[in-house]
Design a protein around this ligand. Structure first.
Ligand code: AR6
Length: 181
């Protein structure tokens, strides 16, 4: 599913983010940038050890929740990895929405700073960090839509959803966005 906002496109696909062809791939990491399971594990396995060596060297203090930092992409078919720190879900009233939105927004700013034509996002915080998928879909998609309308770039933002349930949740929100414009 694809939808245009100005000159930019939001695209939803089902698949594995570690095999995406895109200028930048977003890695939902922890604030120590210590690696882990889920997407973080898949991305580091596919990218090889040079990425962790680089983040250890460039970001010894890690990265705060709600932000993101860039590295090169090792053996991935991408130029950059944006390591984004989403919030742990604690019921939704402890600043999680602002933190999820600002993590997404920071990745889009990094995409603009690095001149990326395309950036691939997973559903940040919806795995180990426990965010409800439908709430995350709404917050991630509206953040991306608002940024694309304001900034007019990057030209392509692709959400790569792991299973049919996640794809369906994101597709429902994108359809509602189309109906309300
Ligand atoms: N491609 C696309 N999506 C995937 C893939 C994949 N290969 N694998 C899992 N997903 P998670 P978080 C989905 O747990 O919740 C790590 O240990 C998955 O089904 O990767 O932000 C980090 O080090 C889920 O919907 O990220 C952190 O400590 C979504 O991607 C912590 O987990 C995100 O799941 C971050 O947790």
């Amino acid at each position: 599913m694809r939808m245009k906002f100005g000159e930019c496109l939001i695209e939803l696909v089902q698949g594995d983010i570690a095999s995406q062809q895109a200028d930048a791939v977003v890695n939902p990491a922890n604030s120590q940038l210590a690696g882990g399971g889920g997407v973080d594990g898949a991305i580091h396995r596919a990218a090889g050890p040079s990425v962790m060596e680089e983040t250890d060297r460039r970001y010894p203090d890690g990265c705060p929740t709600g932000s993101a930092v860039a590295s090169s992409a090792g053996d991935l078919p991408a130029k950059h990895i944006f390591h984004a720190i989403g919030p742990v879900w604690r019921g939704g009233h402890r600043g999680e929405p602002d933190q999820l939105r600002s993590a997404c927004r920071r990745c889009l700013e990094l995409a603009v700073e690095h001149g990326c034509e395309s950036v691939a996002f997973p559903a940040i915080s919806t795995g180990v960090y426990g965010y409800p998928m439908d709430v995350a879909a709404e917050q991630a998609l509206t953040t991306v839509r608002d940024f694309l309308i304001e900034q007019g770039r990057p030209p392509l933002v692709r959400f790569v959803l792991f299973d049919g349930g996640a794809l369906g949740a994101f597709a429902r929100v994108l359809e509602e966005m189309a109906e309300s414009r």
